[in-house]
Ligand binder design. Structure first.
Ligand code: MLT
Length: 242
């Protein structure tokens, strides 16, 4: 099966390496495109960044595939997945919401994104990376995993970091979309995800007609990196029944 995985912020397609390897070994073709500006790709002017523009970019990508893919998105990638499902529901065979939310930011979080843009413009992104690395992983995550996610963050361009924050701050609420989703869905959440906790995943799961929810033990917001075997097993189980 063709599987398309959309990365979170501030990451790129390389965050899915364990899924490329694990699901690839089971015979699936796993595509992990970099969103524009991420992973060394060409970016856009800030004003052009939006979750809808990212979704359009992914739609163009999946239109080149020989058959309908299952599309998964982590966190910001999940916001893109929702926008894709709104515009092109017919283009997907299934959808996987991974460590993500469906509604908009609380006002103080949205405000924080604009402050972050100014800070990154002024002093660079390292402070942002350090504060994210401290809260994205489960409490017992090994230092090697923290170093790994910091390594991916540090490869991202300032343009993409600013554009990503800009896009997320201005995104729409997609809660109303959930009951309209007709493809089978998988919702995955790290049990220790402090950014989009299990209660948020439950809300997504409960509002979709055909949905499975899997909670991953000993994982935070980056479950596919923290517990790749459990995440791959959940995806494999879901793929067998769709
Ligand atoms: C992500 O992992 O993509 C970010 O935590 C998303 C966000 O900042 O809302």
């Amino acid at each position: 099966m063709n599987i398309v995985l959309i990365h979170g912020f501030p990451f790129d397609g390389s965050m899915w390496q364990a899924q490329v390897d694990g699901l690839g070994a089971k015979g699936h073709t796993v595509h992990t495109p970099h969103l524009p500006g991420f992973g060394g790709t060409l970016g856009w002017p800030k004003e052009q960044y939006s979750i809808e523009a990212f979704a359009d970019f992914i739609y163009k990508f999946i239109s080149t595939l020989p058959d309908k893919p299952v599309v998964g998105g982590l966190s910001m990638g999940g916001y893109v997945l929702a926008a894709l499902l709104r515009e092109h529901p017919e283009a997907l065979r299934g959808a996987m919401f991974i460590d993500t939310r469906i509604d908009v930011d609380a006002p103080e979080i949205r405000e924080r994104r604009y402050v972050t843009i100014e800070e990154v413009q002024k002093s660079g992104p390292e402070n942002l990376f350090q504060s994210m690395a401290a809260r994205l992983l489960a409490p017992k995550a090994p230092q090697a995993v923290k170093d790994h996610i910091l390594g991916i963050m540090r490869k991202q361009s300032i343009e993409a970091i600013i554009g990503g924050q800009w896009a997320m701050a201005r995104r729409r609420d997609n809660t109303d979309l959930l009951p309209q989703i007709n493809v089978p869905c998988l919702v995955i959440v790290g049990a220790d995800d402090a950014t989009t906790p299990p209660s948020v995943a439950m809300k997504i799961h409960n509002n979709i007609k055909k949905s499975q929810l899997v909670q991953i033990a000993n994982a935070g917001h980056m479950a596919p990196i923290e517990q790749p075997h459990s995440v791959n097993a959940a995806i494999e189980t879901y793929l067998k029944v769709i």
